[in-house]
Structure formats: structure tokens, C-alpha cells
Design a protein around this ligand. Structure first.
Ligand SMILES: Cc1ncc(COP(=O)(O)O)c(C=O)c1O
Length: 453
């Protein structure tokens, strides 16, 4: 009989599927490891099952059920853990950043899990940072166990024992290159460790702003891979399961390229996958350009696009963030010029200093981050101040010159450079200023009046 004793037996042994159309003109064969075929819908089922089994073996969770699994997760690990929790009779509590797609929160609750939301952009040391909050809840809950996928060795180990050998077997040992994104690093470290032992070259695919590949750590739009780093984070916060020594090479992929590839995979291959898959395939295709017909590239496709219908597959979302153009003009960029350099005042700057540095006009106030980039990622922009208004404050009461500019910032409406002027204007509300976005980054700040009327 080819039946499974439980849903958990269906984890792993995912198909390897050739990419046929997005690879046109490239010499090597490129195969996607389709991890959305796991019962919970992502590569994370593997790590979830392995971590729970390990905890039950060591007694960290009661092997007969009745424990409480707690995890900090952007969704997929939560689903994987919820699947295992249901089958093994544990409760599940998940701490998620408020930046994740709504569908993911709904999904976790659908499995009967409890979800606690916290702000996604907090310094690592903040008590409400996802990881600190999850650890605390686990500690304070009787029977609580913090899965801690970032530091739990069972996470990479399962990939070394399953994902890597599957790929080797499925390709009859012909695989020459592995391409994978890096979230916790469990997938690439474990799969990579196994395949490297067989001479396979391991390539990381990383969002351009992520710190893994050398970015500044500012927020980006491809979920679940890469490493965001809050500017106020002081200490080391790289996951322990990530082993950079396994990665031979890192390819940095701008969000626009990842999102475009995500959509092409649905349209041209019939593979509805998430943004981290788009990022990895974009990197795999760049790599394939350098390779020959005897090479065989395997790229990990971690999850399904169904998790992101309101984001990557929504034209309105992409257009509002400046990733694509509206079907018909006139467009926002026809009305609002870009700027050579965004006028920025980091949060914490005293008013007197802002007045010295900026003579007039609206100024974007951002959280402090050293950056040579003339643009700023939208989630980091706290708001906008008008220099004349600040001057009036300081002239009226000179004692206020030391106040933090962040306390004077007022919210502004963000508009995509390619949005239709009409629809952008309709979203303005009472806003005095607009932030002009290209590829999710603020490139200029303008008076909202320029878009009205
Ligand atoms: C959609 C998606 N892609 C990629 C990853 C990264 O995998 P890993 O944590 O093994 O590095 C994750 C992990 O949560 C994920 O959910």
C-alpha cells in the first residue's frame, strides 16, 4: 500500500521540475525544487517536523502531546509547526511581524494556532522584537517550548538529511549548482553542506538590501529571505543555523527583478510561487548565463504564491509602491520630478541642526541609518517636516531648538512614480506632502498640492 500513516509522512520528497520557458536561450538545465508540495505548503514543514521530533526526544516537549509550541515566524514555519502541533496534540502560539501578508495570519489561525502580532521593524534588543517576545512567551507559559528556528540545529540538519540527498538522487548525481535564498539559513546550510560534499557549487540568492550579501540592512519587499537590520541594533544578530562557509557565492537581487520573476514563473511556467522563489530563480538565471550545457542548476522554490495574492500578484500594490506603471497615463512621475538627493533628517536630529542643513522645502524624516544611498526604504521614513514650520517653532521659542525633529514629523502619503495621477490624487486625503516611490524606496518629497487639481 502506498498510503501515509499521517499527514506528517507526506513531508519531503518534493518534485524537481524543469523550468522550460524562463530559461529560453540558456545552456544549462535549470530545475526548481517545488517545496509548496509539502502538506503545509512550504519548505518549512521539514524544519518544523524535525524541530518538534527533536524536542520530544529530548523532553523539551512532552512526547505524548499537551505541550505549547512557541515560535517567532513570518508564517511558513508557523504553518509547519501548526501541522505538527495538530497531529501531535500540542498547542501552538506564534509571534509574527505586522509587516507580513494578511493571508499568512489568517492561515495560522485557520490551523487553530494563536497569533501575537508585533512591530516588524524594531531593534534586536527591543523587548517586543519578534524573537524576544516569542522567547518570553515560551518562558512564561507552563509547558512552553521556544522552537527558535534561527538557532535550532535540527533545522539545518533535516536539510542535510533529506533535501540535499533528494536533490542528489533526483538528478542522478548530475546537479552541479544549488541556488537558494537565506532566511534562517537552515535550507542553504543543510542542503548546501550535503551537496558540497559531492562537489556542487552553492549559490545564495539575497535581496539587494539584505546584510547577508553586503547590503545596508534597510527594509525590502521580498518576504522571508535576507536579513533586515534595524539601524539601532547594536549586537550581532545573525542566526546561528546559517553557515556562511557553505556558500560559495552570493548573488544580490533587486526587489524589482525578484518580483518580476515571481510573476513570470506564474505566467510562463504555471508555477505560482512566492517572492523568495522569484529572487532565487532570478539569481539562478543570472548564474546559468555563465554556465554550459553540461551544468545542471537546482533552485529551491520555498513556497506558493497563494500566500501573496494581495502583494506580488496585485497590480495595485505593485503600482502604489513604484514597482510598475499604471496601464494609462498621465502618471505621477509626469507631475513630480525625482530629486538628485532626497532631503533627509535622521530621527534624533535637533531642530537647530535641521534648520542649518536645510534652507527650505519639505524634508523627509527617517530613522537614523548610515547610507550612501540617495533613496530611503519607505518603512524607514517616519514622516515629513516643513522647514518654515520648524523655523516658526524655534523663532517663537528658542529653547525648543534642541527638540528631536522626529517629534515634529507628520505622516505623508506615499505614491508610486508610475501610478495614474487621478488614482494617486484620490488617495491623498488631507496629506500636505507626498513621498515619491520608485521600487519601494522614497526618491523625493513634494507638496501634495502638486498632485491635486
Ligand atoms: C517563503 C520562504 N522562503 C525562504 C525561506 C528561507 O528558508 P530558510 O529559513 O531555511 O533559510 C523561508 C523561511 O521561512 C520562507 O518562508
Amino acid at each position: 500500500m502506498t498510503i501515509h500513516e499521517s499527514v506528517l509522512d507526506a513531508v519531503g520528497e518534493t518534485p524537481l521540475v524543469r523550468l522550460n520557458r524562463v530559461t529560453a536561450g540558456l545552456a544549462p538545465a535549470v530545475y526548481g525544487k517545488v517545496e509548496f508540495s509539502n502538506p503545509g505548503g512550504s519548505v518549512k514543514d521539514r524544519a518544523a517536523l524535525a524541530m518538534v521530533r527533536d524536542a520530544e526526544r529530548t523532553g523539551a516537549l512532552p512526547p505524548t502531546g499537551g505541550g505549547v509550541i512557541v515560535e517567532a515566524t513570518s508564517g511558513n514555519t508557523g504553518v509547519g509547526l501548526a501541522v505538527v502541533a495538530a497531529q501531535h496534540g500540542h498547542r501552538a502560539v506564534f509571534v509574527v511581524p505586522n509587516t507580513i501578508a494578511r493571508e499568512k495570519v489568517t492561515l495560522l489561525r485557520a490551523y487553530g494556532a494563536e497569533v501575537v502580532e508585533t512591530i516588524g521593524t524594531l531593534p534586536r534588543e527591543h523587548p517586543r522584537h519578534v524573537k524576544n517576545l516569542a522567547a518570553r512567551i515560551a518562558e512564561q507559559t507552563p509547558g512552553g517550548w521556544y522552537a527558535n528556528q534561527y538557532d535550532n540545529p535540527a533545522n539545518p540538519r533535516v536539510h542535510e538529511l533529506t533535501t540535499g540527498p533528494e536533490i542528489w538522487r533526483q538528478t542522478d548525481g548530475r546537479v552541479t549548482h544549488l541556488v537558494s535564498g537565506i532566511g534562517t539559513g537552515g535550507t542553504i546550510s543543510g542542503t548546501g553542506r550535503f551537496l558540497r560534499g559531492h562537489g556542487v557549487v552553492v549559490v545564495g540568492a539575497d535581496p539587494e538590501a539584505s546584510v547577508y550579501g553586503g547590503g545596508d540592512g534597510s527594509p525590502y519587499y521580498v518576504e522571508s529571505v535576507g536579513h533586515y537590520r534595524h539601524p539601532d541594533t547594536r549586537g550581532e544578530d545573525s542566526p546561528q543555523v546559517y553557515d556562511p562557509a557553505v556558500v560559495d557565492r552570493m548573488l544580490r537581487v533587486p526587489d524589482r527583478e525578484s518580483l518580476r520573476m515571481t510573476r513570470r514563473l506564474a505566467h510562463e511556467e504555471g508555477l505560482l510561487v512566492g517572492g523568495s522563489s522569484g529572487c532565487a530563480v532570478a539569481a539562478a538565471l543570472r548564474l546559468a548565463e555563465e554556465l554550459g550545457p553540461r551544468d545542471l542548476v537546482v533552485v529551491i522554490l520555498p513556497d506558493s504564491g497563494r500566500n501573496y495574492l494581495s502583494k506580488y500578484f496585485d497590480d495595485g500594490w505593485l503600482t502604489r509602491l513604484g514597482f510598475q506603471d499604471a496601464a494609462a497615463g498621465p502618471r505621477v512621475r509626469d507631475r513630480l520630478p525625482g530629486a538628485a538627493r532626497l532631503p533627509v533628517a535622521p530621527g534624533g536630529t535637533p531642530l537647530a541642526e535641521v534648520l542649518r542643513a536645510h534652507r527650505e522645502g519639505p524634508v523627509a524624516v527617517v530613522v537614523a541609518r548610515e547610507s550612501g544611498d540617495p533613496t530611503r526604504s519607505l518603512p524607514e521614513v517616519l514622516g515629513v517636516v516643513r522647514v518654515e514650520a520648524l523655523r516658526a517653532v524655534v523663532d517663537g521659542e528658542p529653547g525648543r531648538a534642541d527638540e528631536d525633529v522626529a517629534g515634529h514629523a507628520v505622516p505623508a502619503t506615499a505614491v508610486g512614480a508610475g501610478e495614474a495621477v487621478d488614482s494617486a490624487a484620490a488617495r491623498l486625503g488631507p496629506a500636505e506632502h507626498v513621498l515619491l516611490l520608485v521600487d519601494g524606496r522614497v526618491v523625493a518629497v513634494h507638496p501634495a498640492e502638486l498632485l491635486r487639481g
